[in-house]
Design a protein. Structure first.
Length: 250
C-alpha cells in the first residue's frame, strides 16, 4: 500500500476500540446526515466508531476501509447491535461502487493517511464520481499545531492507556514525533508498554495547512460551502482545533 500507513497495531480492530473512546463528534455527524440526506458513505470507517451510532439513528450507511482487521471488528459489532450496514473492503483512492450518495464523509483525521498529491487527487476523483448533484462531501482534519509538530523528539509524551485485548493488564502508550517539513508528514512513534515489554508502532500523518486544503479542494472541483473549527459548528478561525470542511461538486 504505497503512500499510506501499513498494517499495524495502531489500526488493528480490537485494540483500536479498546483505546479510542472518542464520541464527541457523533452528534455533529447525526446532524449533518439529517441536513444533507442519504445514503451515506463513510471513507476509512475503521471499526464503525461513527458508522454504527449513525445506523442506529435509522440512516442508510456504507462504510469503506482498507483494513480487514478494522472491518472484522465493525462487522462483529454491527451484528451484535443488530444494525444493517454495508461494509466494504476497499481503498478510498480507488473505489467504483456504481451508486450515488447524499453525503460522503471522511472523519477523525483519516485523510492524513493520504500522503501524496496523487493519493489525494484519486480519492477526490472517486468522491466526485459517487456524490449526488445536491450531495455534500465533509472532511474532518486537524488544524495543525506547530508546537506539537516541532516538540522535542527525544522525549516521550503520554498518549493513552487501554486494557490489553489478551488480558495482560493495562497497556500504557507514549509517543514522540519527527515532523518532515518538506513532505508535510508527521512521523509518529507510539510506544506500547505491554507486560514490561515495549512494542513500537509507527504512524505517518500528512499535515494539511488551512489555505492548502482549501486550494486542493478548489482545484479538484469542489466548492466550499462552510468551514468549521470544531464539532460545535463554530466557524473556522485562528487557533481552531479542527478543520471541518463542508463542500459540494462545483
Ligand atoms: C483514525 S482511523 C479512523 C476510523 C474511523 N473513521 C473512526 O472515526 O474511528 C483511520 C482508518 O483509515 C483506514 N485507512 C487508511 N488508509 C486507507 C485507504 N487508503 N483507504 C481506506 N481506508 C484507509 C485505516 O484502516 C483506519 O481504519
Amino acid at each position: 500500500m504505497k503512500g499510506t500507513n501499513k498494517k499495524q497495531l495502531y489500526f488493528d480492530g480490537k485494540p483500536y476500540d479498546l483505546r479510542v473512546k472518542f464520541v464527541r463528534d457523533i452528534p455533529f455527524w447525526v446532524s449533518q446526515v439529517r441536513k444533507y440526506g442519504e445514503p451515506v458513505l463513510e471513507l476509512a470507517c475503521g471499526t464503525g466508531r461513527v458508522t454504527i451510532p449513525l445506523a442506529k439513528e435509522g440512516f442508510k450507511l456504507t462504510g469503506l476501509d482498507i483494513s480487514e482487521s478494522m472491518l472484522a471488528e465493525a462487522r462483529e459489532k454491527s451484528e451484535r447491535e443488530k444494525v444493517d450496514i454495508e461494509w466494504l473492503h476497499a481503498d478510498c483512492r480507488d473505489f467504483h461502487l456504481g451508486k450515488m450518495f447524499g453525503l460522503i464523509f471522511f472523519p477523525f483525521n483519516s485523510m492524513s493517511e493520504l500522503h501524496r498529491l496523487e493519493d489525494i487527487e484519486s480519492c477526490f476523483s472517486c468522491v466526485r464520481e459517487h456524490l449526488k448533484k445536491e450531495g455534500r462531501f465533509i472532511i474532518d482534519i486537524f488544524n495543525p499545531r506547530l508546537n506539537i509538530l516541532l516538540r522535542d523528539s527525544t522525549k516521550h509524551y503520554p498518549h493513552s492507556t487501554y486494557p490489553d485485548p489478551d488480558g495482560k493488564g493495562m497497556i500504557e502508550v507514549t509517543e514522540n514525533n519527527i515532523y518532515d517539513d518538506a513532505t508535510q508528514i508527521n512521523r509518529i512513534k507510539l510506544y506500547h508498554k505491554i507486560a514490561g515489554k515495549v512494542e513500537i508502532n509507527e504512524l505517518n500523518m500528512r499535515i494539511f495547512y488551512p489555505q492548502e486544503i482549501d486550494a486542493l479542494l478548489k482545484y479538484d472541483g469542489f466548492t466550499i460551502e462552510r468551514k468549521l473549527g470544531d464539532y460545535d459548528e463554530s466557524p473556522f478561525k485562528s487557533g481552531s482545533p479542527k478543520q471541518i470542511i463542508i463542500c459540494y461538486v462545483s
